[in-house]
Design a protein around this ligand. Structure first.
Ligand code: SDX
Length: 432
């Protein structure tokens, strides 16, 4: 790939030597200092535990400008994609780099649709879980098990096998997610119906019951599709970096994506949507907001405002804006006057006027409003991160594929600074 261009030299004076390191510029965003040769030339490592100043790769998929609150997928602003496109079209864009023509889109949609069903023995796989298992525990297990049921696409070095694995993952995630929900609520699994759109199919698999005719609500299906778009990819976040690192060893896509699912579960990452709605419910009413704002600012209190703050966005997360608008549309459509949305809006207003949040540039992120919508649509809180993983699967596959196809790609193997015990000899237990 390597389309980054050298535009300068960074000089580092260390250990009595001056090391010259290339400075590279991309299409958008900060330049980078290429430190690949640093250890070989200066016998030192760099150290950046949270990767706050470290780029892990060159990528052409997603660009985020945290200061301006900009998110582009293959150059297209997220606001335009959310307003004018659909999740499968955005999926094609992320995977292939360009928006599809009508014939390309028809072919891609057909390909995904042909892989929505699950191996019947996977259904028995669920019987091994307790009924009250956390949905993310079941998703981590079932995605990790996919390679046991679909052994035919395991060679990541084969483009056709990789592609088939990506299609299977994108196509089967909604079926897996819906089965997880049905297993939790003790209702029979509902199979995909391929004359429905991706989002309609998913909602029907979740909420249809054999005893009644099911009609998809087009407003909710459109909102679901938009929520999928808003979660599809986000540059080198924790779970995507996990997928890249797992895949860098040659692990097949199912294993790499299962690793991403596990990473996403954390409350600092994808688990924040579940934590945020729980927090909004705990706050309960606008008059309790000051108490929680004070706790969020208290250094001695581990409490944080869930759905607020971001490693990259130091401005409004553009996805949160679209999500807030969608929340209002869904609640109106469903005729729900959910006090939680009022609490969320008032919490946002108060926080954004508070010096602590202004100084630390803490704004609502993608997880702040998503839970309000998903709750109104009938999803239990514990399912929220499963829906995030469902949508992010195409981003994980796109980023994994970009890494595999990058000729400079090598197994990811970070180093460290060692501060443990110096060399010492073993002492027999009787002498200790
Ligand atoms: C996602 O990376 C991605 O792109 C992720 C994601 C994606 O699409 O993949 O966008 C999805 O994960 C969104 C983020 C969801 N997480 C949350 O909403 C959890 C709450 N947010 C925080 O835990 C935090 O903001 C993080 C984890 C999101 C970011 O953490 P950073 O970048 O490591 O920032 P930090 O923890 O160092 O915080 C900087 C300061 C700290 O204060 P000081 O130590 O400097 O005094 O801001 C404070 C923090 O205490 N702070 C908060 C806060 N977030 C940060 N204080 C109160 N409430 C918060 N939410």
């Amino acid at each position: 790939m390597n389309t980054a261009k050298q535009t300068g030299i960074a000089k580092l004076d260390i250990n009595g030597r001056t090391i010259e390191l290339p400075v590279l510029s991309g299409v958008e965003g900060p330049d980078v200092v290429d430190v690949k040769r640093l250890y070989a030339e200066a016998d030192v490592f760099t150290l950046d535990p949270g990767f706050t100043s470290t780029g892990s790769c060159e990528s052409q998929i997603t660009f985020i400008d945290g200061e301006k609150g900009v998110l582009l997928h293959r150059g297209y602003p997220i606001e335009q994609l959310a307003a004018n496109s659909g999740f499968l079209e955005v999926s094609y864009l992320l995977l292939n780099g360009e928006l599809p023509t009508q014939s390309e889109f028809r072919k891609f949609t057909h390909e995904v649709t042909q892989h929505t069903m699950l191996h019947t023995q996977m259904d028995r796989f669920f019987e091994g879980f307790r009924r009250d298992s956390h949905p993310m525990a079941m998703l981590t297990g079932t995605v990790g098990a996919m390679s046991a049921f679909y052994p035919g696409a395991m060679d990541s070095s084969d483009p056709d096998e990789r592609h088939l694995a990506y299609i299977r993952l994108i196509a089967k995630m909604p079926t897996l997610a819906a089965r997880i929900y049905k297993y939790n609520v003790g209702q029979p699994f509902v199979n995909p119906q391929n004359d429905l759109s991706y989002a309609e199919n998913f909602l029907r698999m979740c909420f249809a019951v054999p005893a009644e005719k099911y009609e998809t609500n087009p407003i909710l299906a459109k909102a679901m599709d938009k929520i999928f778009i808003l979660h599809a990819d986000h540059e080198q976040n924790a779970s995507t970096s996990t997928v890249r690192l797992a895949g860098s060893s040659g692990a097949h896509p199912y294993a790499a994506v299962a690793a991403g699912v596990a990473s996403l579960w954390g409350p600092s990452h994808g688990g924040a949507n579940e934590a945020c709605l729980n927090m909004l419910r705990e706050i309960g009413s606008v008059d309790r907001i000051p108490e929680f704002i004070a706790r969020a600012k208290d250094k001695n209190d581990p409490f944080r405002l869930m759905g607020f703050g971001h490693r990259v966005y130091k401005n409004y997360d553009p996805r949160a804006t679209v999500m807030q608008e969608t929340a209002a549309e869904v609640l109106y459509e469903l005729g729900i006057d959910n006090p939680v949305l009022q609490v969320a809006k008032e919490l946002e207003r108060i926080a954004l006027e508070d010096d602590y949040f202004i100084e630390k540039k803490l704004y609502p992120n993608v997880d702040f409003y998503s839970g309000v919508i998903l709750d109104a649509m009938g999803f239990p809180t514990e399912m929220f991160t499963v829906l995030f993983a469902l949508a992010r699967t195409v981003g994980w596959c796109s980023q994994l594929n970009e890494m595999i196809e990058d000729p400079s790609q090598r197994i990811g193997r970070p180093r460290q600074i060692y501060t443990g015990a110096a060399r010492r000899d073993f002492i027999e237990i009787k002498s200790r």
